[in-house]
Write a protein that binds this ligand. Structure first.
Ligand code: NAD
Length: 463
């Protein structure tokens, strides 16, 4: 079926889907849950073929994220779908009020390549929970994952309810011309702007889950061993191709040497000395991104910056070993772009206010991580910066707590996902008021006698 025909079918079917009860939606989510379990070996295989992802990372960062999102939605759905009674001001005496979340209608989900299953199916869970139909457009950069996502969806859903359109920019562009009721996009900030412009043509609402540069601050009170091990884990997992990976680190000058020593030790423990043979270390997704990262390193070399650690770079198997760079300048390629790869710039500092100034001078990040044993320091940093989310004494784990809103702010994103927040994003909060008795209404209807104006003045003053 062509893209337009598919969209038309979903538009016709959206009210049937939208009327579904909690029981029916929970059943659909169970079907998806069973399919994810059933296809888990194929998911692992596709992830390996596309990106050399290790099995454990596929289990924790792809499969678990989807299954836990489904389980939470199934558990909480009836509460989310309940109508929410709210108070009514005395000035409207005689009426009652509530709101309910109704489906937006036909939704488009555009996903990136770095966690293709997670970032296609988690939004789908929210779309289904909220009673929508959806078309998913996965990334062309992970073709094994894309075709498996299509196979899974076709196995359990009819096209007029959930469908997958494969392809790159051409497919996205064609889809974006259609008047979707909601567009959920995960990807880069640059493409996010294209999506938002296209959405504006139809006044489609958008959720934009974007990228950016997420800093880590390690202060003088931090447990350096933990900070180093957890930063190494969060940064080099999936080869640094994670939207919430620490992009660069500020470490207090008194702790810099200890941090670097522990960081190198952790990397050695994780990946050994022969990283090129290590199956626990993923690869860069494709030649384009390999060349992009190489160009950042060329720029670093040209500027004669210090490499604290530099590993092998092999084009043939898209390998870049963990690389650590000392304090690149603000106009360097490493600091002008989201790194999205296994390269970590490290800066030392003595005054936390200069760090805060640097963070606030650039775009608001998706995440800001703090390693500190001082609640006072943590509160000070949180109060004086802005970010989509923050973790204290760890990184990346905020994604896995479905009770928290996940998303960025401005350049790193618009709107939130996960759990209730994802459900709300795919819903319209519809306000409903019912007039029972018109106690005050007569006072506000013409003819506007003097005594009515007096009442209106009293209302303005007291209610
Ligand atoms: P991307 O923006 O290049 O592509 C994302 C999707 O948009 C793909 O499906 C792609 O086909 C489509 N696309 C590409 N060009 C387009 C165009 N001109 N018009 C319409 N659609 C187009 O992103 P990517 O390289 O796949 O993923 C990496 C980026 O995603 C990073 O910036 C990363 O930080 C971000 N990301 C964010 C999150 C999050 O949850 N906030 C999660 C993962 C990745």
């Amino acid at each position: 079926m062509g893209i337009r025909a598919l969209f038309d079918e979903q538009q016709i079917h959206q009210y049937d889907v939208g009327r579904t009860t909690v029981k029916v939606r929970r059943r659909k989510l169970k079907k998806l849950l069973d399919a994810i379990y059933r296809y888990s070996d194929e998911i692992k295989r596709a992830s390996y073929l596309d990106q050399g992802k290790p099995e454990l990372e596929v289990l924790t960062t792809e499969i678990y994220q989807i299954t836990s999102e489904i389980k939470k939605a199934r558990r909480d759905l009836s509460e989310w779908m309940d109508k929410q009674t709210v108070g009514t001001p005395i000035s409207l005496l005689g009426a009652s009020s509530y709101f309910r979340y109704e489906p937006k209608g036909v939704c488009l989900i555009i996903s990136p390549w770095n966690f293709p299953f997670n970032l296609s199916f988690c939004p789908l869970v929210s779309a289904i929970a909220a009673g929508n139909t959806a078309i998913i457009k996965p990334s062309e950069n992970t073709p094994h994952a894309s075709s498996l996502i299509k196979k899974i969806v076709e196995d359990i859903f009819s096209e007029n309810e959930v469908a997958v359109v494969e392809g790159g920019i051409e497919s996205s562009t064609e889809l974006l011309k259609l008047p979707f009721n909601h567009i959920f996009f995960t990807g880069s900030s640059a493409i996010g702007k294209i999506v938002m412009k296209a959405a504006a043509e139809n006044l489609s609402s958008v959720t934009l889950e974007l990228g950016g540069k997420s800093p880590t601050i390690i202060d003088e009170t931090a447990n350096i061993q933990n900070a180093a091990k957890r930063t190494a884990w969060g940064k080099f997992m999936n080869n640094g191709q994670i939207c919430i990976a620490p992009d660069y680190v500020f470490v207090h000058e008194k702790k810099k040497d200890a941090f670097i020593k522990e960081l190198k030790k952790s990397l050695q423990t994780f990946y050994g000395t022969r990283i090129e043979e290590n199956e626990d270390y993923s690869r860069i997704v494709n030649e384009h991104h390999h060349a992009r990262l190489e160009s950042y390193l060329d720029d670093t070399e040209k500027r004669k910056l210090e490499f604290i650690q530099k590993g092998q770079i092999e084009k043939s198997n898209r390998l870049i070993e963990p690389t650590i760079v000392e304090a690149p300048k603000a106009d360097s390629a490493l600091m002008k772009n989201e790194i999205f790869g296994p390269i970590l710039p490290i800066f030392s500092y003595s005054d936390i206010n200069s760090v805060i100034d640097q963070i606030n001078q650039v775009e608001k990040p998706l995440a800001l991580y703090i390693y500190s044993d001082s609640s006072k320091n943590c509160d000070y940093i949180i109060q004086n910066t802005r970010a989509g989310g923050t973790v204290i004494n760890n990184n990346n784990i905020q994604f896995s707590n479905g009770n928290l809103p996940f998303g960025g702010v401005n350049n790193s994103g618009i709107g939130k996902s996960h759990g209730f927040f994802g459900f709300a994003e795919f819903s319209n909060a519809r306000a409903v008021m019912k007039q029972h008795i018109g106690l005050t209404l007569f006072a506000f209807m013409p003819p506007f006698k003097k005594w009515k104006i007096k009442i209106a003045e009293l209302v303005v003053k007291w209610f």
